[in-house]
Design a protein around this ligand. Structure first.
Ligand code: ADP
Ligand code: MG
Length: 207
């Protein structure tokens, strides 16, 4: 199975639906160590991405993700808009057509590189990077071992969810939560949590 245009569109739709469903949880997490807008930021961004896709001429999966990324950058004011926007643009730009599991793993790695280039966060800084990094490693390992896309995506989702849980004891060193210093300890990072949602929807959307 390849990551094709219908799958790319289904992924963005699934993220929008998941963000809608989890919006209040994301907002709650961001209220504890940020300014409480992570859920609404992503809800606004991915709703706009859906509208942008409706107007998109038939295009490859890379163009779908690039368009979603561009929309996130233009519609979301918070830190997560440019970070996820650049990430989706980088994944889109790196995707060959057709893309199998190994190619998608490399494209997702390019997305992580883009997040790190913009945000300068290291693993352990309590950010998106703490979920996206293990997700890419798991995706790569599964694809390298011959797993098809659904299995590789499921492994990545599990790793991202664990990565998000593992942010709880960390002290934030990037973003708004870092202003809290030690008081950021004991809370799950909202961005790592939304990254886990993004990888989970990729796994679910692979029939
Ligand atoms: P804002 O912090 O501007 O209100 P959001 O609430 O939408 O934006 O997003 C907050 C999330 O963004 C954090 O939980 C964190 O995971 C992520 N984040 C913040 N700064 C960075 C960074 N420099 N690198 C990676 N992720 C970051
Ligand atoms: Mg916020």
């Amino acid at each position: 199975m390849d990551f094709d245009t219908p799958l790319a569109e289904a992924w963005i739709r699934a993220i929008a639906a998941a963000v809608e469903k989890e919006q209040s949880r994301l907002t709650e997490l961001d209220s504890a160590i940020g300014d409480g807008d992570h859920g609404s930021n992503l809800q606004r961004g991915f709703t706009a991405a859906l509208t942008a896709l409706d107007g998109l001429q038939p295009a490859g999966p890379g163009a779908v993700l690039t368009k979603a990324g561009t929309t996130l950058i233009s519609k979301v004011g918070g830190a997560s808009g440019p970070l996820y926007g650049k990430a989706f643009r980088a994944v889109g730009a790196a995707l060959p057509e057709p893309a199998g599991a190994a190619a998608l793993a490399e494209a997702l790695a390019a997305g992580l590189d883009a997040v790190r280039a913009l945000g300068k966060a290291e693993p352990g800084d309590k950010t998106i990077v703490d979920a996206w990094t293990p997700a890419v490693a798991a995706f790569r390992a599964a694809a390298g071992g011959g797993a098809a896309l659904p299995e590789a995506a499921a492994a990545a989702a599990e790793a991202a969810e664990q990565g998000a849980l593992d942010t709880v004891p960390l002290q934030a060193r990037k973003g708004r939560a870092s202003y809290l210093g030690e008081r950021s300890i004991g809370h799950q990072d909202p961005g790592a949590t939304s990254t886990a949602l993004i990888f989970r929807t990729l796994a679910v959307k692979n029939p």
